[in-house]
Ligand binder design. Structure first.
Ligand code: CMP
Length: 140
């Protein structure tokens, strides 16, 4: 297993309900280390650029509105197999399908307002980290 970095967002539905600490605890309990973190309020255009891969999906506009509706916490998580581990801790995209004990099972409100985002592959992680952080801001 390799030491990896992945990108994570704590989404507006979670920051609004003051769940940042509870969600970070889930990451840390799973052995992931927060090596960068910032709380920011995206514009709809910035959210649209981040989620450009979903541009043709019917939920794209709703997704961008939601991501710009309140602050998010953008983070870089580091650990053994961090990409897969983060996805395991988050649970399935739709909270109705998420395994018990996962972040989405415990906190997500719907498939759209699902509390967290996590990179799905090494290339995506690299691009997503670079969208939010400079190398100087990654402190392992
Ligand atoms: P995320 O992992 O951030 O990646 C894309 C996001 O699109 C996803 O989580 C959901 O929040 C959102 N999404 C996926 N499917 C739907 C859907 N059917 N309706 C609304 N939003 C969705």
């Amino acid at each position: 297993m390799a030491l990896e970095r992945t990108f994570s967002i704590i989404k507006p539905d979670a920051t609004k309900r003051n769940l940042t600490g509870a969600i970070v605890k889930k990451f840390e309990d799973a052995g992931l280390r927060v090596v960068a973190s910032k709380r920011i309020h995206l514009t709809k255009a910035q959210a649209g650029e981040f989620y450009a891969v979903h541009k043709e999906r019917p939920f794209y506009d709703e997704l961008c509105e939601f991501m710009a509706s309140a602050p998010i916490v953008a983070q870089v998580l580091e650990g053994e197999d961090a990409i897969a581990k983060n996805r395991e801790v988050m649970g399935a995209t739709n909270p109705a399908d998420a395994a018990p004990g996962t972040i989405r099972a415990e906190f997500a409100e719907s498939v759209g307002e699902n509390s967290v985002h996590g990179s799905d592959a090494p290339e995506t992680a690299k691009t997503e980290i670079a969208y939010f952080f400079s190398g100087l801001e990654l402190v392992g």
